[in-house]
Design a protein around this ligand. Structure first.
Ligand code: GDP
Length: 358
């Protein structure tokens, strides 16, 4: 091919790629569950860091009066020139003290606030440097010692399901036998089903993918809720240093797939599903929030319009009325566009309903 005659757009994908590599990737993860379930140990093991270096262990007195406060830990990881800016949002007091059954509300409010901020920034004038702090994934920690989900878990999950991609985790799975893990998983799934709680839906695997990928995808889907054991201690196992938990009767190797689902969770978060989690946050959860926010604004404006109409005998300016009309029309168009987009994306019916049913 004659080089002179090429316009040069063939390098576009490369440019986009280079640009995003330079900018880096952002990912925000939230961990919810009562303290002591191993949230920080898991996050540190997942990302091989120490997010919680500065964390002080609260005293008993502090624990008792502690309210839920949100903590944000940010770290930048670089691997082969690709930057990942990882933010972990932790809700330390959840379920700790007596009478703080409502403490999870802080987390739900936090998720909404990030949406609200983004919505505000997106409709503002300077849209080029939007700070995006929306939560892409919420790891929900279920204690290993119960019998499935507790009423509190159900209440919290019900409030999270339409706001964020929820991935349920059975914490400290090394305290259960393989049979108990299996039973616990079945119970959690059954409780989710009975209570019609939607967790993160893994996308369908492409038919064209190779067999290895298909098998991995199937295994991943079959492992939910992930039963995870984690540890920050390195142990010597036959000359290899592995993360593990040493017991008098043996070693639980964190990354060994026959010991825990830790490796599966990490693969899915970092390698296979990070992009989909971000896309679902944008296309499903954020659009849902946005549609409701627009409907609220448009309700407000139509009330104002009616008021103006009522007052029209007085000297209310005709121009103002026309402006409001145009604004409402624009918003209605935006809502129809969104509905069409959701339909095209083949969202589950329940989602379409919840958007239309504003
Ligand atoms: P957080 O309050 O939820 O962040 O919990 P931590 O990560 O601070 O862990 C609380 C305690 O549980 C610590 O003593 C950890 O060593 C221990 N722990 C963490 N993960 C596991 C696990 O997977 N299995 C077991 N048996 N213990 C764990």
């Amino acid at each position: 091919i004659d080089n002179e005659r090429l316009i040069g757009f063939a390098t576009l994908p490369e440019q986009v790629h280079r640009k995003s590599v330079k900018k880096g990737f952002d990912f925000t993860l939230m961990a919810i569950g009562e303290s002591g379930l191993g949230k920080s140990t898991l996050i540190n093991s997942l990302f091989l860091g120490d997010f919680y270096q500065t964390r002080k262990q609260p005293s008993v007195n502090e624990m008792l009066k502690r309210t839920t406060s949100i903590q944000k830990h940010v770290t930048e990881i670089e691997e082969r020139g690709v930057k990942l800016r990882l933010t972990v949002v932790d809700t330390p007091g959840f379920g700790d003290a007596i009478n703080n059954e409502d403490s999870w509300k802080t987390s739900v409010e936090y998720i909404d606030e990030q949406f609200q901020q983004y919505f505000h920034a997106e409709s503002g004038l300077n849209r080029r440097h939007i700070q995006d702090s929306r939560i892409h994934c919420c790891l929900y920690f279920v204690p290993p010692y119960g019998h499935g989900l507790r009423p509190l878990d159900i209440e919290v999950l019900r409030n999270l399901q339409n706001r964020v991609n929820v991935i349920p985790i059975i914490a400290k799975s090394d305290t259960l036998t393989p049979t108990e893990v299996k039973k616990m998983k079945e119970r959690v799934l059954e409780d989710l089903r009975k209570n019609q709680i939607q967790i993160y839906q893994f996308p369908e695997c492409d038919e064209e993918e190779d067999e290895d990928f298909k098998r991995q995808d199937k295994e991943l889907k079959a492992s939910i809720p992930f039963a995870v054991a984690s540890s920050e201690t390195l142990i010597d196992v036959a000359g290899r240093k592995v993360r593990g938990r040493q017991y008098p009767w043996g070693i639980v190797e964190v990354e060994n797939p026959s010991h825990s689902d830790f490796a599966k969770l990490r693969t899915m978060l970092i390698q296979s599903h990070m992009h989909d989690l971000k896309e679902t946050t944008q296309d499903l959860h954020y659009e849902n929030f946005r549609a409701k926010a627009i409907a609220r604004i448009s309700n407000g404006t139509s009330r104002e319009r009616n008021k103006l109409k009522r007052d029209s005998s007085a000297d209310s300016p005709q121009e103002m009325l026309q402006q409001k009309e145009a604004e409402i029309k624009r918003m209605q168009q935006m809502i129809s566009k969104m509905e069409a987009k959701l339909k095209a994306a083949g969202q589950p019916k329940s989602m379409r309903d919840s958007v239309i049913d504003l």
